[in-house]
Design a protein around this ligand. Sequence first.
Ligand code: GLP
Length: 246
Amino acid sequence: MKIIEVKDYSEMSQKAAEYIIEKVCQNPKIKLGLATGGTPVGTYKKLIEDHQKNRTSYQNVTTFNLDEYIGLSGENKNSYRYFMDEQLFNHIDINKQNTNIPRGDSKDIEEECQRYEELLAKYGGIDLQILGIGSNGHIGFNEPGTNFTSQTHVIELAPSTINANARYFNRIEEVPTKAVTMGISTIMKSKEILLLVSGETKKQAMSKLLNGNVTESFPASVLKNHPYVTIIADKAAVSGLMIHSE
Ligand code: GLP
């Protein structure tokens, strides 16, 4: 894992955007794996700014999002489909048909998981996967204890995840308790991974990631087994940690 330590959230967003833009320019047909949450919002803003200024094109780019809440349709403001449209897709020249997010309101959710996994395989997998990290070490919505061999599946959200994400909802009771997420093995099949980390609330998770063992009880630790991971983390998240990276 290569670690790039930056000053703050703004610098993390700038560096991450530059990283992604370079990859898109190198391969205009790149298949990008995208994440939601507060962490990538600044990066998406920078991608939009760059698109407006430098006309970087996403016309031939295909995207796959990591996860979606079960029970929310794309029109629901708290759905990840809505989030992605608002935060990125509506402001760049991507073809919406090339943007894939699991359908959380699917009638047959198990079938939806299978469809998503097969779709990913049909496209030959993800070239660059953007990831955030939950304070409990989750990646996508793969909560602690998720099997490393898991594919796209339904997950019961941990109470700490529900608490952390309640800030986006009117009331905590409105936060869905289940989600569809790419599995750990699905994520690990990506050719390259870019993990973005910002803020003091992620410091403990970063300490575990950098210095702990690879274990299913801390999902992000699996990234140590991936050959091509870059972490862009700000000082608040990593300063003072004993970093043993390769
Ligand atoms: C969310 C998402 C993850 C995200 C993580 C951290 O629930 N499912 O993909 O990386 O939790 O979120 P944030 O960036 O808001 O801290």
